[in-house]
Design a binder for this molecule. Structure first.
Ligand code: FPP
Length: 236
């Protein structure tokens, strides 16, 4: 494992749950449940078999609240189950779970399970799982700007001391930049996912719907990542 190159920070846009279910003549909720089950296995694989340190997941965007009430309510219940029980193996794997996004509009039960998960895993050191929930990259930049403006107004920060590091520290989480993002289902869009953190991110857009995106599919995507020539603005 040690001489194999892995991204330090991997992002996953878990897309295609609805289409996976529809093609089987099932309700969209069944697709989300299958996606969640797949996620648990995938995370287990990542933290046990790779040296990927940080994983960021796009679980629910600020725009996803526009979906049918029934679907939103199902997803919220699924999150509670996941955080309270299914992420147990992640917690045991010494992974710290953090959340990115706005708390407003989230049901109390979801907020409670998020807070408990954060508290239970705060001292874990092997890896970080960043769950983007009620998240928008544009709102993250707005919220960071407000936090910094407040510090300047209160006198605890001088304008000339605002650096890239200060900006990063005032985002929802102080994480390293995203090296690689996988969006499943064949859609080739970023959809507002961690836009500040992805200035030099490599992308892969496999056709597979998320519930079928297993560790073998992940390894194929990681092979694509290894073929990229990352120059960060340097000459070839
Ligand atoms: C996108 O597929 C998926 C979502 C908006 C929800 C993803 C949520 C999970 C996989 C549950 C577990 C996640 C966490 C982090 C707890 P879609 O519904 O847009 O599918 P479609 O594009 O085919 O309609």
């Amino acid at each position: 494992m040690s001489d194999v190159v892995y991204p330090n920070h991997l992002g996953i846009i878990m897309d295609g749950n609805g289409r996976w279910a529809k093609e089987k003549g099932l309700n969209r909720s069944v697709g989300h449940k299958a996606g969640a089950d797949n996620l648990v296995n995938l995370l287990d694989y990542i933290y046990k078999n790779t040296s990927i340190k940080v994983v960021s997941l796009y679980a629910f965007s600020t725009e996803n609240f526009k979906r049918d009430k029934e679907e939103v309510s199902y997803l919220m219940k699924l999150f509670v189950t996941l955080f309270n029980t299914k992420l147990e193996s992640i917690k045991k794997n010494n992974v710290k779970v953090v959340f990115s996004g706005r708390r407003e509009n989230l049901p109390k039960a979801v907020l409670g399970s998020m807070d408990k998960t954060t508290e239970d895993t705060k001292d874990n050191t092997k890896g970080i799982l960043n769950i983007c929930l009620n998240y928008g990259g544009d709102y993250e930049i707005v919220d960071m700007t407000k936090k910094i403006a407040k510090q300047v107004l209160e006198g605890s920060l001088k304008i000339e001391d605002i650096t890239k590091e200060v900006v990063n520290k005032n985002l929802y989480q102080d994480l390293p930049p995203l090296d690689f993002v996988i969006r499943t289902s064949g859609e080739k869009r970023i959809s507002n996912f961690m836009i500040y953190q992805s200035s030099y991110t490599e992308y892969d857009f496999p056709d597979t719907y998320f519930p079928d995106f297993d560790s073998k599919c992940l390894e194929e995507s990681l092979d694509n990542y290894r073929k990229r020539d990352r120059r960060f603005g340097n000459a070839k």
